[in-house]
Design a protein around this ligand. Sequence first.
Ligand code: SF4
Ligand code: SF4
Length: 215
Amino acid sequence: MKSITRQKPFEEITEQLRGFSRIFIAGCGTCATLTRTGGVEEVTAMREKLESQGKFVTGSVVIPVACDDVTEALVGEHQGSILSAHAILVMACALGVHRVGNNAFNKPVIPALDTLFIGMDDGQGVFHEVCAQCGQCLLGEMAGVCPITACHKGLLNGPCGGTNNGKCEVDKEKDCAWTLIYSRLKEQGRLEMMRKYQPPKNYQVVPRPRTVRVF
Ligand code: SF4
Ligand code: SF4
């Protein structure tokens, strides 16, 4: 399971860094390294690009796990370089941005990446979405196929009228998620689940941020 990120266009990054001439860069040694968006190579490349734009990079660090509480200690180790910067550019997922931001000595924290989804890789460097963190998991009733991330229309009650010979009408190269759900439920002897109506998800106002108390 990985937090899948994509680097923002460089123009967007420089726009967000407008007015800041001294930058500290923080990358992540885990997910952002695997997706090649914020590892050592990408942080080095970002440093060079920013310097070519006339910025001064006061320092950089690739935090082993930017979403972990080790971030606080590592950011602390670079306190001098951070304090001499005008802003911190974070090349990690949004969780890493939050982590760095909470320990940023009141410096502006700018995300260099967009956090897309929770994904799995196929072993060949391709990551595909497996969960959109909808907050109400249906995998148990859908034989392990997520209807939100696997169906192009995100249908909770499918299939749509366009499914054809097991393929999706939106992308004919792709298996229809609801045909997969049907086939797996059939193999499991649970086809009656196909008849269960899934009510629309509740997108009404909820207190934010959502909180889970473990203790
Ligand atoms: S139904 Fe899909 S998007 Fe929702 S929690 Fe389960 S895997 Fe994630
Ligand atoms: S064909 Fe299947 S996967 Fe494609 S949009 Fe319709 S139900 Fe979803």
